[in-house]
Design a protein around this ligand. Sequence first.
Ligand code: ARG
Length: 563
Amino acid sequence: MDGAKIATLIKDLFDLETPVTLTVPAAEFGDYATNIALQLAGRLKLNPREVAEQLAEKLRASGDYSEVTVAGPGFINLRISARSLARRLEDNWSEHYGENSDGAGKTVVVEYPSPNMAKPYSVGHLRPGNQGWAAKRLMEASGWKVITDNHLGDYGAPFGIWVTGFLKFSSMTKLEKDGVYELGRVYIATKKALKDEEELGGHELADDVQAWLLKLEQGDDEAVHYSQLFNEISLKHIHEVMGRLRIATDYELGEAFFAPRGKSIVQDLLKKGIAKQNDDGSVIVPLDDYGFDVPLLVQKSNGAALYATTDLATLLYRENEWHPERVIYAVGAEQQFYFQQLFALAKKLGIKTELIHLWFGAIDQLNEDGTREKMSSRKGVVLMEELLDEAEKRAGEVVRGRQVSDEDMKRIALGAIKFSDFTADRRTNILFDWDNIFALTGFSGPYVQYAAVRVNRILSLNGPAAVELAEKYNYEPEKSLLIKLIEYPKIVRMSANELEPHKIASFLYELARELNRYYETTPVANGDVSDFEKQARLGLLEKVAHVFEHGLSLLGIEVPSAM
Ligand code: ARG
């Protein structure tokens, strides 16, 4: 941008057309430097130093730079003026500041959080929700048309385990009382009983499980009744938890919806010779032509559908119904190989859609001896509702003694939990540590939320600003803030291109830190400040407030009204 402007000055001055590239010198010399005078001297038959001086004079007159110096044989160093940064920000400003139209209205399907039914929602599905939601928001901010789908895990062997276990260990009374948590207990108890039985060489219980599965396949009334009952309880619970997490999807097409379709697609692939039947009746799709030694198993020997069978149908369904340009699956790192195989299968079927496995590491916790391991509790899993309850309790402690509504407390609790998901590249494991995620002085959600709340309070006490861009004000104290704000749209674009929301989190943290430094040196509304300075500063803070609100919303985090 500055290069082109300087080229115009050169044209006016010397009647020469030349591209001008700028380099970034050591900070003590300026923000930019150019050796264009050295390059032009020969053509102009002038001393390079003289060319540089003439050009420097024009650059000073432009008002874009606070300092223009000529160094050595004819280098020009430029320090950009805060005023021109303010003007640049104003020129690019709109209520959609930060967003772009790279997606050009193309359709993307984003799939999250896809929990498994009839088990209580555990922290295992926290990252799929957080990362999936951020992907959805980043795609929206980049001009894509986004369709979201919750790919529920509502099919397969567990059903047999539940009915068998329910009849043996539970009752309607217990189920009515504890809902999905009773189903969770039944599941664990039955798994244990099955293991014990196997060790003793028995198979009565195991046979029961298979029998119930078969009955369900055949549409037996009692089996269907149980399946519906458990699903209803489970779905209600999933919706409650998603509600607390403040995430939602447009569709909820689970594995069970796709299983029958998948089975008939497998028949079709067999006919076309793409799939092959083994002697035991199971069906595979060889993928050696796509670089995989391991084929994808798409049907069990007893004819039942598998995870891959349902995904096969899901792929084709989305193609036919939604015609997406891109599909994003927010699923953990442990399924990487599976998705590579699935995407190879898609290619083999001629699907051209860009398929992305948006994977992420596990959530670790610190043991007492300082080692890290995958987050768990004595019961095996950490329940999402318990995590949220604890987070709300801790949010309450953070704001103790202040007037903070329940609603704000929930925003702080979610801000802390979600932000921690974005404190490092998603591919790394994250360390879940209660003290860190609520640290009001660290790289945390509450730290950024607090900065946003503080700006909003200043604005509500003094705003709205009377001017957008103050012509008489130099903006020097605000220079670093201006540089950050100008950077924001680039950060959003980068973050969306790589699906790396942690870049937004780092940016927001730096902005919050910059803002705190600013308050220490510059009075905004109180103290020794003239009205026109005050208006100029408030105008800038309005933009800071917008960027906080927008950036946090990309991470699924809200700004509390007080904290
Ligand atoms: N329910 C699965 C799980 O919890 C995730 C589903 C991922 N999506 C898919 N299309 N396979 O592991």
